[in-house]
Design a protein around this ligand. Sequence first.
Ligand code: OMP
Length: 231
Amino acid sequence: MAETLAHRFTEFLLESNALKFGDFTLKSGRQSPYFINAGAFDDGRKIATLGAFYAEKISQAIVHNTIPRDVDTVFGPAYKGIPLAVSTAIALTARHNMTVGYTFDRKEKKDHGDGGWMVGTPLKDGMKVLLVDDVMTAGTAVREVIPKLKAEADVEVVGLVLSVDRMEKTKDSDLSAVKAVEAEFGFPVLAIANVREIFDAAAKMKNADGTPLLGHELRQRAESYLEQYGA
Ligand code: OMP
């Protein structure tokens, strides 16, 4: 039987060293025993593979009518979203026959030459924009970028696709950050995999010497973190 997208993505995360175990302080201030580092996709093969995973998720969502097919541009917030938007647009065109642009923002406004805040396909009123980002914990990154998009043009954000949903509660509710963003902005938020799918898939994998890849202690630490912060 073919493995699920989440299972194949977990294998890719592990072989790319993008999933780390240890003690990590998150942007939200939480201390996490695991961290997903999109910066690990640092060569042509890995970034092309990553783009193909995003495109596969998007194409599934189009089939399920969660995301419309006539997306005008894929938007990735600077900096980590930039290679995501570009590689996703390439894969959507090459593998799924979709003609889409890519757009990203500058961290500082450029006041000469082509100027402005945006690079890539210019945003225009009425355009359908699909956001891509790496990981969502509290949803801070996406909340920062939406006003910047809206200030540029009256675009319609049709969805947000992530690599990983960490499935964490927001500070002031039991709702997951993903659900809170969906409720606040009214567009779907999808992830190639969520942390529970990743741990379930990793638990079935073995090292070359036959020992379990995810030892009991690591699994326990992840579980107790999710008991405290998981939605
Ligand atoms: P929020 O903006 O709070 O949702 O946190 C997500 C951001 O934190 C990501 O875009 C990353 O910059 C960073 N992050 C990771 O990259 N991987 C993780 O596993 C956790 C975080 C994090 O700090 O929460």
